[in-house]
Design a protein around this ligand. Structure first.
Ligand code: ARG
Length: 560
């Protein structure tokens, strides 16, 4: 609001045609905190005013007067503005106390639904780091959407269909070992699947066998169907263990196979819209105007595709939820696929196709290279989480051996470190996998934020802080940078959702933590002359760290 206030004042002084909106867009943060709170660059005005920016800034600074602005300075072509700290501090603290756990919430999403397609691992294959990214980025975006007032529907679109399951059944007939599958399903099923591909290089009959088995699956042959169900059950049990560790839940677990009996209906609709064309015995929708390759709807052997199932799923989601937005949290290697799906729906004249957004993310690399399942190079996620928990446990034993609930805290810290490490990176960047970086408790990590939260909590406890008698007045220049961060939280939440970018929240929480720790290290809080006001500020920081971690899907222990 201070930005709007300043924009209004400056646009009044400048007059036509410089609207408040235009000035607002120009406003910047000064290069250094000591230069003020907001800066208006005068360079764009030089031509029109036929004056150099410095002179314009001099005049504007002179004319700018407002009860909530303490000082306006001209420097290097900018007007640097200093806000009335005690006024804005009081405003901020009042706002926090009035909203408490809801501080940072919005209601622009009220009565609208966001559907999130997230996690979506493939049965009989290990849960990869890519699926981890989809799960935790999706969960954080869902939490952000809820903070903005939306209803959310988190869908786990399990990869449980396709020709590969024919191959897997064939592989099982040759090399399946029930006990080994029971004991460690994903490793064992991957092993026989990989073996199938190796053997098939020399034994060409295997490919035919795989095809026959897939046909049987499509025809609901009881023996094949039974095996497929079993593979699915044991895989889901493995995935559920990971979801439990991560603390992520879904509103709907609905795999690709669910859409099998909806395929013919969708193909009819596409054909009815005059979009289906023959191409070498296959059926496709051409996307020439979009300059994309055709979307394959039915292969020449009669089977439907990943795209056909996604088309059916998208229609089903719209019909079930009338979503305002439908998000797909899937790696950027599937960009073409989602463009094709969206354009086909668009060509079918379904206006909501525009509300579908692929929210892509980069890969997790190991030594600069993609991790692949085939070559057995995948780092298994569950091992990573376990290792993180182990290290957190050792750390506690070392630094805080008397801590209560050590096992619970080790899990909160270990898992939190993995989640935070992922979320603090720009979603679209590739991330180099490093357990050491992930689990370091110093620097820009989840445990650092959790630890800062613990510090605020124990400080408040020590002071016997009661929210009821909170003081909202505080005149403390040293507290100003921290207060400004507290003030920014609602805006950060809003922008973070609008950009589908939880890294904004992660980076913001690091800023708040650093600013608090700096303030705490250099200022006396307890038994100081302004203890009451300072404690309200600390209470606000505590609330934000807790709310912010919760948005990211990270637990905030009371002690660690
Ligand atoms: N199971 C797929 C994979 O692991 C991801 C599915 C993404 N969601 C979708 N609606 N296609 O690659």
């Amino acid at each position: 609001m201070e930005k709007h206030m300043l924009a209004l004042q400056l646009s009044h002084i400048l007059g036509e045609p410089y609207s408040r909106e235009w000035v607002y867009e120009q406003l910047e943060l000064p290069k250094k905190e000591s230069f003020g709170d907001l800066a208006f660059p005068c360079f764009p005005l030089a031509k029109e005013f036929k004056k150099n920016p410095k002179l314009i800034a001099d005049e504007l600074a002179e004319k700018l007067k407002h009860p909530h602005i303490t000082k306006a300075e001209s420097a290097g072509g900018y007007v640097n503005v200093f806000l009335d700290q005690s006024f804005f501090t009081e405003e901020t603290l009042k706002e926090v106390l009035a909203n408490d756990r809801d501080y940072g919430s919005h209601n622009f999403g009220a009565e609208k639904t966001v559907v999130l397609d997230m996690s979506s691992p493939n049965i009989a294959k290990p849960f990869s780091m890519g699926h981890l990214r989809s799960t935790i980025i999706g969960n954080a975006i869902s939490n952000l959407a809820e903070k903005c007032g939306f209803e959310t529907v988190k869908v786990n679109y399990i990869g449980d269909y396709g020709t590969q399951f024919g191959k897997l059944v064939a592989a099982y007939h040759h090399w399946g070992d029930d006990d080994a599958i029971q004991a460690d399903p994903l490793t064992e099923l991957t092993r026989i699947y990989v073996k199938f591909h190796e053997e098939a290089k020399t034994d060409l009959t295997l490919i035919d066998e795989g095809r026959t088995c897939f046909k049987k699956l499509e025809d609901a042959d009881p023996e094949v169907l039974e095996l497929w169900r079993w593979f699915k059950d044991v895989s889901m049990q493995e995935f559920d263990r990971i979801y439990d560790l991560l603390g992520v839940t879904f509103d709907l677990t609905r795999g690709e196979a669910y859409y099998n009996d909806k395929m013919e209906g969708v193909i009819k609709r596409i054909a009815g819209a005059g979009l289906l064309e023959e191409s070498d015995g296959a059926q496709v929708v051409r996307l020439d105007e979009q300059e994309l390759p055709p979307c394959l709807i039915r292969k020449s052997n009669g089977t439907t595709t990943y795209a056909t199932r996604d088309l059916a799923a998208a229609i089903d989601r719209y019909e079930s939820f009338h979503f305002a937005e439908s998000l797909y949290l899937v790696g950027q290697e599937q960009t073409l696929h989602f463009q094709q799906v969206k354009y086909v729906l668009d060509k079918m004249d379904l206006p909501w196709a525009n509300d579908m957004h692929h929210v892509p993310f980069g890969m997790i690399l190991k030594d600069g290279k993609k991790m692949s399942t085939r070559a057995g190079k995948t780092v298994l996620l569950e091992q990573v989480l376990q290792e993180a928990i182990d290290r957190a446990r050792e750390n506690i034993a070392d630094k805080n051996p008397d801590l209560k609930n050590q096992e619970q805290v080790a899990r909160q810290v270990g898992v939190g470190s993995v989640i935070f490490h992922d979320l603090k990176h720009d979603r679209t960047h590739d991330v180099e996998f490093s357990l050491d970086d992930m689990l370091s408790f110093e620097g820009n990590t989840g445990p650092y934020v959790q630890y800062t939260h613990v510090r605020t909590k124990s400080l408040l406890k020590k002071a016997g802080y009661e929210k009821g008698d909170a003081e909202v007045r505080l005149v403390d220049e040293k507290a100003w940078p921290l207060t400004k961060l507290v003030r920014a939280f609602p805006k950060v939440v809003k922008e973070s959702y609008e950009q589908y970018d939880p890294s904004r929240i992660a980076k913001y929480l690091l800023d708040v933590s650093r600013s608090f720790n700096h303030y705490y290290a250099h200022n006396q809080i307890l038994d100081s002359d302004q203890e009451a006001g300072r404690l309200t500020l600390i209470y606000s920081v505590n609330l934000i760290l807790q709310n912010g971690l919760e948005i990211l899907g990270i637990e905030a222990p009371d002690q660690m």
